[in-house]
Design a binder for this molecule. Structure first.
Ligand code: DQA
Length: 142
């Protein structure tokens, strides 16, 4: 069975409570059930952390064995060369997701250190972005 690693970075544990006008009112754990129902043929391995090093450790741990990685690194997207290097280091291809349209927000959210290390980026489509990223990896990676 294919495995996809879904990684959420800082503050994304508060989805559903955090700025609902931007991020919606569904928790990620609830949404994960929807994703699991949509993709019965894939094992979704979910990891969230507010700590940069823990995100890197998880990429190292699973990034050589899973089919692909879906990553929303939260604010680390805009700051972390270390997470970008971790994505380069492993063999699994990654897709970057952002729930909000970062390009319609503050200037500091317009740049991502991760995008160049990813197959593609899904931005501004809400939680559906994760579904699209998983679908891409399922259909395009052996
Ligand atoms: C985010 C956008 C980031 O700029 C922000 O820091 C987040 C969430 C998104 O999913 O829209 O934490 O990655």
């Amino acid at each position: 069975m294919k495995q996809i690693l879904i990684i959420n970075g800082p503050n994304l544990n508060l989805l559903g409570k955090r700025e609902p006008t931007i991020y919606g009112n569904r928790s990620f754990v609830q949404y994960l059930e929807t994703l699991e129902a949509l993709f019965p043929d894939v094992q979704l391995r979910y990891f969230q952390s507010n700590h940069e090093g823990e995100l890197i450790d998880k990429i190292h741990e699973l990034g050589f064995e899973v089919t692909g990685i879906v990553i929303n690194a939260g604010a680390y997207t805009h700051t972390s060369i270390a997470i970008a290097d971790a994505l380069s280091a492993v063999t699994a291809p990654a897709v970057e997701v952002h729930i909000s349209n970062v390009h319609a927000r503050e200037e500091f959210r317009h740049h991502s250190y991760l995008s160049a290390k990813c197959k593609g980026v899904v931005v501004g489509l809400g939680l559906m972005g994760y579904e699209m990223a998983v679908r891409y990896l399922m259909n395009n990676v052996e």
